[in-house]
Design a protein around this ligand. Sequence first.
Ligand code: 3H9
Length: 712
Amino acid sequence: RLMPIFQVTNEDGVAVVTMDLPGEPVNKLNAAAKAEFTQVFAALAADSNVKAVVFLSGKPGTFIAGADIEEFTQVKSREEAEVLSRDGQAMLDDIAHLSKPVVAAIHGVCLGGGLEFALACHYRVGSSDDKTQLGLPEVQLGLLPGAGGCQRLPRLIGLRAALDMILAGKSVRARKAYRLGLVDELVPQSILRRTALAAAHRLSRDSVVKRAKRGTGFMGLLLDRNPLGRRLVYSQAGKSVRSKTGGHYPAPLAALDCVRVGLEKGMAAGLVAEHREFGRLAVTDVSRKLVQIFFGTTALKKDDGVPRGTGTALEIRRMGVVGSGFMGAGIAGTAVSRAQVEVRLKDTDLGRVAIGLKAARGPLDKGLTRRRLTKYDYARQVALLSGTTDMTGFGRSELVVEAVFEDLEVKRQVLAEFEEVLPGGSVYATNTSTIPIERIADGAAHPERVIGMHFFSPVEKMPLLEVIPGKETNADTIVTAVHFGRRMGKTVIVVRDHPGFWVNRILSPYMNEAGYLLKEGTPIEAIDRTMTRYGFPVGPIALLDEVGIDVAQKASGVMYQAFGERLRPAPVIDALVGDGRLGRKSGRGLYRYEKGKKKGPDQSVYRLLGVQRREEVSPETIEERLLYAMLNEAAMAVGEGVVRSPRDGDIGAIFGIGFPPFRGGPLRVIDTLSAARVVDVLQSLAAMYGPRFTPCDALVEQAKANRKFYPD
Ligand code: 3H9
């Protein structure tokens, strides 16, 4: 290799090591980096002109993004994976045991093995930039921090804070990292290098590292630094992990165990537990699936939904949002807080606008109370939001998102009004979950600029966005919508303009089937429990209450109209709506609510539906009916080109409806089971419950040809 990965300069006795992995957008600790690092490091250790080391990244937005995940996919056996972990531990032990102080200067993403690297250094200076994020996301890949992270993090920031980071895999920004004691100094990026050098000089003179003590105080003494207290912490963390993972994800519990062994039996024992468990986890099916999802999501970030080079994104500075209801306000608030654009919110009367603006400020208010935003940033971002009841101020918007009532005529009228004032080249997006874009754009002066952006509720939290080009939408418009969706923090899939698009399409038969089960008297809790056990975050009945039963009624009506008998709404929705049960928002649904809090299932539902509760349906049957209804629909929709690839379909299902990530998505599930087996089961379900289960042609063909969605 011509280009070295590590550049070393000697500045006044301090070796400044800059890591810059050639040809890669981010630094990662791959085999080549590890090998070169070992050499560089041995030279530094031996060099008497070096008193201390500063470690920096040459990449603009990353310190180190972790171990190379690509290498994990090559690993064939548990033993091989164990070696990866053991080698990582050994390399970082060398840093930790060096007799010269090593200072990490952290700017940008510092994740996984990258943070473990920084933890092995003797001192950490962080840049206060927003790009700086530190975390151990390994559990999100079904792994655990396998290069000493389970050992060094709790020793540095205390047990409870460390478990918060390790078990959820969530990263923290620079300021929080400083509060936790994860970085010793926090400075603007412009003086990061200088500060790190000064620290290195200081540390090479003073033999003791002075560090503000954290994890102290009364609770720290009680829980972090006392074996009985720690026992309590382990047991509570274990309980919480078990209830959150439902036993489907082995990594967090394994990580908890490695932390415990390390603190109670010493670092050496902890490291052994760590590499053993890392080896075991790396070859699990769960980890393989989660890693596939990581690569799928990463690839999606570069896919604009049109052939490369065919469209150019408009840079959005000002946007309009029409309709200040829950959806509109959510879109406005997320656009301001994530993309930092000017947003003008329009509705028909000032009272509504005011309510919308207040709701739109929600994410900012939260940022302020959680100290993610400074008062200054808060004020600046709040000032980006404005409201109006007329058409003023839209003449310079590059993007308008319409989120009015789900009614074709209203939507067309709003579009016509905006076409009058919008500047040439701007994009008009409609947020609809059911109405075809083609029909909204029909008769528009510029249908090429009209597109669907289907956000999910609540907008701030839901990670998915479906972008739906109409028949005449041009490539620039598509790319603009996709890029802006990403700026709003969403994972974006571009889907075909077909009723229900992707997410609601595959959800529809699943929800219907839950309705049929209900109509047979199946207990609400049995239906929901079965699906949460399968791995969904909530069951279909609870989901119905969340979405709103009236909303579901409307959507299922549209689907029935489009697809006929197969998607005929289950005969329960009308009765529920007729009884004034609209779900959580009305305080009455299939569950009971008291003061906005969800209580148990509402047993009076059975009487309303004129059925007896029947306990005898087995969980296997419930699962099979619900799941296979969705699998069949998913295969059919793929066959119709609703999604552009199985990858988009699976990621859409995972991020849009919480399809269990460890199962890889509905299309992966079909591959795992084999199309032939899915066809068999569907046929027997059709024989028992009716033709709605008839396997679709696409699936039957796939079974005949023994084909898979994914070639691997
Ligand atoms: C670990 O560290 C285990 C250790 O505890 C123990 C080991 C012994 N590996 O996402 P982007 C690639 S587990 C391989 O588009 P962004 C990515 O695939 C690891 N590749 O940019 C893409 O490649 P390409 C723990 C990686 O700015 C390119 O870099 N770490 C890795 O939107 C650009 O990525 C993680 O889980 C990696 N570690 O986001 C972090 N990281 O151009 C995973 C990135 O060929 N990474 N790539 O398509 C991320 O979360 C995001 O990529 C990151 C950048 C936030 C870093």
